[in-house]
Design a protein around this ligand. Structure first.
Ligand code: 5GP
Ligand code: ZN
Length: 113
């Protein structure tokens, strides 16, 4: 298994897990860009947002809602947070297993660089 995040799901690579159920895993980003920087991923491998189908709609909805729940747990729901899915080169995707970044705890600029 070569996919980094599949290996985290399998427990072959350690991660600071913050949430887990049958379908989703959330863990702290190894290189946090904000006081809160958690990645929410599906346990089943999906490479990019381009690979999503209608069959994934409920899963993606749950990923986004889980991000909001984690933001609430960390107390940044009121101040605000950002959820990001990078897809392919122009967006800077580096790990090709779908993930939602959940960032918060500081003001963030818009538009992104
Ligand atoms: P991307 O650039 O693909 O949207 O985001 C990939 C994210 O995965 C980056 O924020 C990076 O810091 C994080 N990351 C890469 N390798 C690891 C790892 O081994 N463990 C954890 N926890 N995060 C990782
Ligand atoms: Zn994978």
């Amino acid at each position: 298994m070569s996919c980094l995040f599949c290996r985290i799901v399998a427990g072959e690579i350690p991660a600071r897990r913050v949430y887990e159920d049958d379908d989703l895993l959330a863990f702290e980003d190894i290189n946090p860009q904000a006081p809160l920087h958690v990645l929410v991923i599906p346990k089943a491998h999906v490479a990019t947002a381009n690979d999503l189908t209608e069959a994934h709609d409920a899963l993606v909805g749950r990923m986004v809602r889980r991000g909001a729940a984690i933001a609430r747990e960390r107390g940044v729901d009121g101040s605000g947070f950002r959820t990001v899915i990078n897809c392919n080169a122009h967006a800077g995707q580096t790990v090709f297993h779908l993930h939602v970044h959940v960032l918060g705890g500081r003001p963030m600029a818009w538009p992104p660089g």
